[in-house]
Design a protein around this ligand. Structure first.
Ligand SMILES: [Cu+2]
Length: 149
């Protein structure tokens, strides 16, 4: 016998699968023309089913300011999905989470940690955190990735 909880979980899995198949998540990515790791992050998004609208910019600091990215969370590229910012090398899984979190206005991976998506060039992986920013301006850790042993 299936427990009611199991059946509900199975139904939720089915529904999320259907939603993904029907409508790929669409994201704008603002970046400098010569940013190689930005392009590699775009490849990571596309490999995870995102539809990327690639936007080459001449003044990324102005873009970040306009989109409300706090200076302390800044990285290279800035994505925008559902009106929320995605700053730096945020993994696809957390971007999906961001679209479901009504309380957050954006997420960021500050700096450019080695081993984050688009920053994997064979060097030792650094530990890093994905930070979520609330409407009220408070930051929370939404995910942590460990360094290499
Ligand atoms: Cu980068």
């Amino acid at each position: 016998m299936f427990s009611p909880v199991r059946i509900a979980t199975f139904a939720a899995l089915l529904l999320s699968g259907v939603a993904q198949a029907a409508e790929p998540l669409s994201i704008d990515v603002h970046r400098d023309a010569n940013c190689g790791c930005c392009k590699d992050w775009i490849k990571h998004l596309e490999a995870n089913g995102f539809k990327v609208n690639d936007q080459v910019e001449t003044n990324m600091s102005a873009v970040k300011q306009r989109l409300g990215v706090p200076a302390g969370l800044a990285s290279c590229h800035t994505g925008v999905i559902d009106g929320k910012f995605v700053e730096g090398h945020v993994p696809a899984a957390q971007i999906v989470e961001l679209t479901k979190r009504a309380d957050l206005v954006g997420m960021a991976v500050p700096g450019m940690p080695a081993g984050s998506p688009g920053m994997d060039y064979g060097q030792p992986h650094q530990a890093y955190q994905v930070i979520g920013l609330s409407k009220a301006g408070s930051a929370e850790v939404v995910a942590q990735y460990a360094a290499d042993e």
